[in-house]
Write a protein that binds this ligand. Structure first.
Ligand code: HEC
Ligand code: HEC
Ligand code: HEC
Ligand code: HEC
Ligand code: HEC
Length: 344
């Protein structure tokens, strides 16, 4: 069940998966919380973060020895959302229809691991729904915290035949790149920068995202525009911003939605900045993929967990990581058009 052993014959899949967040799902931010949970509550989290029964057993064994926080003691659990969780049931391999032939059902011959069972379920969004879609009865203001499959269902991309797999696993590659990958986010959006004598405008349209941008409640995305002085330095106090985010809060009993400014497919967000006495402006899109964990989840845990313990150390490490995932896209400068209407 160790991904490395599958990798002996499927090296491309192992290399791609290793760079994905599925391989990192048994993260410090998860384990820091699990250490304080009962076995039952732990199991609920593991269903999505390390789903094999053997992974739960490996983590509980490590926890018993007081080493639940150490990746080398966590054993198979540390592999996170790994090959076996998606492809193994009762020692049998399951996969998509055979490449080349499209064959489904039992495919034996004299293949290694006794062949495999090909199934179209691997190409369906329902396959991802198990972990990326919460049930409708957990809705907050009509929408569950994770509503990706429902968002996809009503998208023009779904109508055009694009699926979770065609965007996130092109040619069956095990990449699963999303908002943590700047190039993936940039490819899903179309920026537009324009200006007249009065103001400059920076707009971003969701043109290639097959669900809300962003789909989850944890990222925060900010459009920025700021005036520049003659030396090209930002003018203090001139900045304007616009936030794209679904904001939720938990009051100890229930979740509430504060606002939802995420972009559905085709929608545009923009900022406008008035020139005043400036001749140049800078615009950019700031992406903070893990903002909610930083601002809420980890901030609270850092207050509540006993100082110096293993859980507090893991959460501090996870919080540091949330700062390293921040990036900017579409950074550009624009000049004020001259009175004749020409852009300098
Ligand atoms: C000894 C080499 C070997 C090892 C080890 C191995 N595989 Fe395979 N696997 C193959 C070969 C060969 C095929 C057949 C490819 C074909 O005919 O389409 C295959 C097919 C598959 C398929 C089906 C592909 C499809 O077209 O649907 C899946 C899924 C799969 N393997 C998963 C795994 C997993 C998971 C592991 C580790 C638990 C693993 N394999 C270990 C050699 C291996
Ligand atoms: C067993 C549960 C499970 C299944 C099945 C699953 N995922 Fe995930 N996925 C996760 C978890 C958990 C994470 C977050 C890992 C982390 O960062 O700790 C994740 C992360 C991702 C990310 C990265 C998001 C980002 O923030 O950049 C993408 C993209 C993704 N999954 C797409 C898919 C697609 C497409 C499918 C279906 C083919 C799928 N997943 C199936 C559990 C799952
Ligand atoms: C239904 C599946 C599911 C369950 C159950 C689940 N998660 Fe997650 N979790 C996800 C997905 C999917 C992501 C990635 C979100 C994204 O980028 O869209 C994630 C992300 C995270 C992250 C941020 C990324 C990282 O790994 O540092 C943490 C921390 C986390 N989950 C902790 C937990 C804890 C603790 C529990 C149990 C209370 C839990 N999760 C239960 C699916 C799940
Ligand atoms: C989150 C679930 C998930 C994980 C984890 C995962 N796979 Fe897959 N795998 C899939 C899906 C879904 C497909 C089919 C994609 C498609 O048809 O577009 C697939 C396809 C395959 C295929 C057929 C490939 C082909 O090119 O025809 C092989 C072989 C395979 N996976 C092996 C692995 C191995 C080895 C690992 C671990 C290193 C792994 N998978 C991890 C979901 C997963
Ligand atoms: C048309 C292409 C496309 C389709 C279809 C698509 N995605 Fe995405 N997805 C993207 C792009 C681009 C991003 C990066 C921007 C963003 O975060 O929304 C992304 C981001 C994500 C993320 C990162 C987390 C976040 O908050 O945005 C997850 C998780 C994800 N997709 C899962 C899925 C699942 C599950 C499906 C199927 C129900 C799916 N995607 C369908 C293009 C697509």
């Amino acid at each position: 069940m160790d991904p490395q052993s599958c990798g002996a014959c499927h090296p491309d899949k192992l290399a791609e998966w290793s760079g994905s967040l599925h391989a990192k799902a048994f993260s410090p931010g998860l384990v820091g919380q699990l250490l304080t949970f009962s076995r039952e509550d732990t199991q609920e989290c593991l269903n999505c973060h390390a789903p094999l029964a053997e992974q739960a057993a490996a983590f509980e064994a490590a926890r018993k020895k007081g080493k639940g926080h150490l990746p080398e003691a966590q054993g198979l659990a540390a592999a996170g959302n790994s090959c076996g969780g998606c492809h193994l049931r009762g020692h049998q391999r399951f996969g998509p229809p055979q490449r080349g032939t499209g064959a489904v059902g039992r495919i034996a011959g004299d293949l290694p691991h006794g062949g495999f069972t090909g199934s179209t379920s691997f190409q369906s969004p329902e396959f991802c729904a198990a972990c990326h879609q919460f049930p409708a009865d957990q809705a907050i203001n009509g929408k569950p915290l994770e509503n990706t499959v429902e968002e996809w269902r009503s998208s023009p991309q779904a109508a055009a035949g694009q699926t979770c797999q065609s965007c996130h696993m092109p040619d069956r590659k095990h990449l699963w790149r999303g908002i943590h990958d700047p190039a993936t986010t940039a490819a899903g959006l179309t920026p537009r920068i324009s200006a007249d004598r009065d103001k400059a405008r920076f707009a971003v349209t969701s043109t290639g995202v097959g669900h809300a941008f962003p789909t989850y409640v944890t990222p925060k995305v900010i459009l920025h525009a700021i005036l520049l002085d003659e030396a090209g330095k930002p003018k203090q106090g001139s900045e304007v911003t616009y936030v794209i985010q679904r904001r939720v809060e938990h009051d100890g009993a229930d979740w509430h939605e504060i606002s939802d400014t995420r972009l559905l497919p085709g929608q545009t967000a923009s900022v406008e900045i008035t020139w005043k006495d400036a001749e140049r402006a800078r615009v950019w899109l700031e992406v903070r993929p893990d903002e909610f964990y930083h601002a809420v989840t980890y901030a609270q845990l850092r207050r509540d967990l006993p100082q110096g313990g293993a859980a507090a150390r893991l959460i501090a490490e996870a919080d540091t990581r949330t700062r390293s995932t921040v990036y900017s896209l579409f950074t550009s400068e624009i000049g004020r058009p001259t009175a004749s209407g020409d852009h300098p």
